[in-house]
Design a binder for this molecule. Structure first.
Ligand code: BGC
Length: 338
């Protein structure tokens, strides 16, 4: 196991960005302190050749200039909050609106754009960030950490947070996975431990309805190719130009298994979170990625473990309220085999 670091570059406003490499001889991850971004994740394929299974860029300039949150940590609240407004303890709050009429992924300057503090451990790095009271409109000084652990066969993200005033929290990672290292993701197969999903509207905001996946293209309870369904007329898929929905996890066993026959790589996602946003990169506009790679829409699958979108407006769903004096913690592991 080795951990090393190098200067990755400087942001437009002159902040230094560091790239950490964690290597255990089998897997190798490169993580930026900018957004606790997973820049590379090398995993051996069926012939033992390392494949970089996440999309990303070669320079900090590209991370700053492009949209899509490639590989980044998302907070305070991942996914959408309707109209960027909510009421907590009788007080009304207004957040930045950055996705049509709604608030998405923490706002205009979310955790993905912060440079986090870092502390190296034996097989992990603990990244920390202080989000001040009023940040993007959220109440409370929030201390948040993400520990990135390189396991023998995977990578674990351990999230924790504390606040000095009741606030909202829903942390995730926005890696774009492609188990062939590039190209269309539609030939991958997916299995989800989910029998229900949140129905979304044209802005991908939950309508409140929770629907059964059975008899629809949302049914991934048995392994199925992503391409089979991505162009269907199922309203949630059609409105989002592909998959972009929160699936409600059954609670026991891995949340998701993504496979590519070509590379032979199988990724298993386990999480303590109650949901996973399955997003087939429908809005990834054509762009240049690492090592001159061409990325375009549907070139990756994001599996964003999370609380349900807009849960602040749905009392019966698992709450994303973090109370003063309580500690938020959550854990997601992506493990790999062939
Ligand atoms: C959202 C998509 C959005 C993407 C990139 C996903 O989590 O659900 O609608 O386009 O993130 O911002």
């Amino acid at each position: 196991m080795s951990i090393s670091k190098r200067r990755f570059g400087f942001t437009k406003d002159g902040r230094e960005v560091t790239c950490f490499t964690i290597d255990n001889g089998k897997l190798k991850a490169e993580i930026l302190d900018y957004g606790v971004t997973i820049k590379n994740l090398f995993v051996p394929d069926k012939s033992g050749k390392p494949v970089d299974v996440v999309l990303g860029y070669d320079s900090i300039k590209e991370y700053e200039e492009n949209d899509g949150y490639l590989g980044a940590t998302i907070g305070r609240v991942g996914n959408r909050i309707a109209k960027g407004k909510f009421t907590l303890n009788g007080e009304d709050y207004t957040l930045a609106v950055n996705n049509g009429p709604n608030h998405l992924h923490g706002g205009l300057k979310g955790f993905d754009k912060a440079i986090w503090g870092s502390e190296e451990r034996e097989n992990s790095i603990i990244f920390s960030h202080l989000s001040p009271d009023g940040d993007e409109g959220y109440p409370g000084n929030l201390k948040v950490t993400v520990e990135v652990i390189l396991e023998e066969n995977g990578i674990t993200l351990n999230y924790s947070a504390e606040t000095d005033k009741d606030t909202l929290i829903n942390l995730t990672n926005h890696s774009y996975f492609n188990l062939n290292g590039g190209g269309s993701v539609l030939n991958h197969t997916l299995k989800l431990n989910a029998e229900k999903f949140n129905v979304g509207d044209g802005d991908c905001l939950p309508t409140g309805e929770i629907a059964s996946v059975f008899g629809t293209v949302m049914d991934f309870t048995k392994e199925r190719s992503i391409g089979n369904g991505v162009d269907s007329d199922e309203p949630c898929v059609r409105l989002s130009r592909g998959y972009d929905s929160n699936f409600i996890l059954n609670g026991e066993g891995p949340a998701a298994v993504l496979k590519s026959e070509r590379s032979g790589i199988i990724m298993t996602v386990s999480t303590t979170e109650p949901g996973v946003q399955v997003y087939s990169a429908n809005f990834l506009t054509p762009r240049r990625g690492k090592n001159g790679a061409d990325y375009t829409y549907r070139h990756a699958l994001c599996l964003e473990t999370q609380h349900f979108p807009d849960s602040v407006h749905h009392k019966d769903w698992p709450t994303c309220v973090l109370k003063k004096g309580e500690r938020f913690s959550s854990k997601t592991t992506y493990s790999f085999n062939v």
